[in-house]
Design a protein around this ligand. Structure first.
Ligand code: NAD
Ligand code: ZD2
Length: 475
């Protein structure tokens, strides 16, 4: 079995934490039980590109329990938990000397070249065959397949230019090496029945590709299951943004001024958490509705320009780019903390910061850098601008990821077993499946649902067993 992880001897530690996590992931354990006999993913060859954490290990082993053949990478160079990766490779029945688990290509602290090498490895099986399903988070695996097929069709790979980001140069290098007469990427694209996408930014990429007529296979937007984005994005970040700040800096948050850029699902969770720690939280927004929500939730809402010189902590969560520029950072207080919890690292202009005259990078510890400006003052940047809850901490806890990942498994089953019902396009799961995911998580929290009477159901126009809301309902 081919794989590449940091240290296989960490497998025993990882297995212990996977066992604890299973207890906190009732949705995944329930679908393992529900589908154990029918094996709906038998024949599925799933390439996964999603943060290689203990929670993801439970997801991977659920896919395998349902019959899937899986290969895995992380979707971020800092988010892998090495003991989780080791445990997945070794497997529950294997040993370090005789691993019987799943091929994983991931370790914490990958270079960009290594990251894209890992993605390339996981997209091809040892026998030369290709995956027939992708489970993506952010869309990097989907991007590599699409660009490879596009350039094979065009007959050439365009060179990266000096203005292109460093990562695009790395991607072009991979494609220049692999695009050729054998039509490797076109065959991969033809083999794939569909992709299930985890996150907001990845979903945005899918809708853009489909709008431009470029999408090569159907996609399920897992992010917009209510039991994903209104839970993971909000309550998950509410938990893990503080974890990231504490593990990175141990700075007191109470009494400080914190700026949250973006008041969507993630921003709502982050602002709530920072206020809970006693910070005075200021929100920036472009959307009048989200800005009004923030104001009515009691937050000051203003522009970054107004507060960049007085704030102590910055958290970007917009899914947009260049939210905090190098010029902004130069104006910040001494030892202000700058972080991003959005999917990609382009929310903070790290390239612009590194180019400032006289700037000095002083590494404090892994994923914590002091950047010292020519005038002598400095700021602390977390995880090199990459998502700090996974770069500086361990991401969301298991229970909230169980909601997200139960949606992922259901989406994989939908797309793999009912492909003909999904012509190329981007879909969300039907509401009854969303409500099913919620139901699977209620008893663990001691929830006792009220039963609708027949008359009440008729009165509000729903079936007793649901769905309980129309598709246009906003939770
Ligand atoms: N780190 C994690 O664990 C985690 C979890 C879930 C999602 N995410 C990522 O976090 C990001 C945000 O996700 P979301 O679900 O909250 O998205 P969202 O679309 O719900 O919220 C983003 C908000 O940012 C606002 N915004 C956009 N540009 C802005 C700008 N220039 N200034 C201020 N506000 C701006 C938008 O109006 C929107 O309200 C995405 O990249 C998503 O993939 C990360
Ligand atoms: N613990 C986690 N394991 C895997 N992925 C995680 C974890 N915490 C946050 N994430 C990020 C995925 C999240 O659903 C997203 O939308 O980015």
């Amino acid at each position: 079995m081919d794989f590449k992880v940091a240290d296989l001897s960490l497998a025993d530690f990882g297995r212990k934490e996977i066992r604890l996590a299973e207890h906190e992931m009732p949705g995944l354990m329930a679908v393992r039980k529900e589908y154990a006999a029918s094996q709906p993913l038998r024949g599925a060859k799933v390439m996964g590109s999603l943060h290689m954490t203990i929670q993801t290990a439970v997801l991977i082993e659920t896919l395998v329990a349902l019959g899937a053949d899986v290969r895995w990478v992380s979707c971020n160079i800092f988010s892998t938990q090495d003991h989780a990766a080791a445990a997945v490779v070794v497997g529950a029945d294997g040993t370090v000397d005789d691993p019987k688990g799943v091929p994983v290509f991931a370790w914490k602290g990958e270079t960009l070249e290594e990251y894209w090498w890992c993605t390339e490895q996981a997209l091809s099986w040892p026998d030369g065959s290709a995956p027939n399903m992708i489970l993506d988070d952010g869309g990097d695996a989907t991007l590599l397949v699409h660009k490879g097929a596009e350039y094979e069709k065009a007959g050439a790979v365009p060179p990266a230019t000096a203005d292109d980001p460093e990562e695009w140069h790395v991607i072009i290098d991979v494609l220049t090496r692999t695009v050729g007469a054998d039509k490797k990427w076109s065959k991969v694209a033809e083999s794939i029945k569909g992709v299930t996408e985890e996150t907001t930014t990845g979903v945005h990429r899918l809708y853009e590709m489909h709008k431009n007529g470029q999408l090569l296979f159907p996609a399920i937007n897992v992010n917009d299951s209510v039991t994903k984005s209104k839970f993971d994005n909000k309550y998950g970040c509410r938990h893990s943004v503080i974890d990231g700040l504490n593990r990175a800096t141990d700075v007191l948050i109470g009494g400080k001024v914190a700026v949250v850029c973006g008041y969507g699902d993630v921003g709502k969770g982050c602002a709530d958490a920072l206020r809970g720690q006693g910070a005075r939280v200021i929100v920036t927004e472009i959307d009048p509705i989200c800005a009004l929500q923030a104001a009515m939730d009691g937050f000051q809402v203003t522009t970054l320009e107004d507060v960049v010189g007085i704030a102590d902590i910055f958290v970007t969560c917009t899914g947009n780019f260049n939210i905090i520029t190098a010029a902004d950072m130069a104006k910040m207080k001494h030892q202000a903390i700058v972080s991003n919890i959005g999917h990609f690292d382009n929310e903070i202009d790290m390239a612009g910061l590194a180019k400032l005259p006289g700037i000095v990078r002083n590494n404090i510890k892994p994923q914590v850098d002091e950047w010292i400006f020519a005038d002598g003052h400095s700021i602390l940047v977390l995880a090199e601008g990459r998502l700090m809850n996974l770069g500086c901490a361990t991401g969301h806890p298991s229970f909230v990821m169980s909601n997200s990942f139960t949606n992922q498994v259901i989406a994989q089953i939908e797309l793999f077993t009912k492909t003909s019902e999904y012509p190329i396009g981007v879909y969300t799961l039907p509401k009854h499946l969303d409500e099913k995911v919620a139901r699977l998580h209620l008893s663990a929290l001691g929830v006792k649902l009220t039963e609708l009477s027949k008359d009440q159901a008729a009165y509000i126009g729903v079936h007793i067993e649901g769905p309980y809301k129309p598709d246009h309902y906003r939770y």
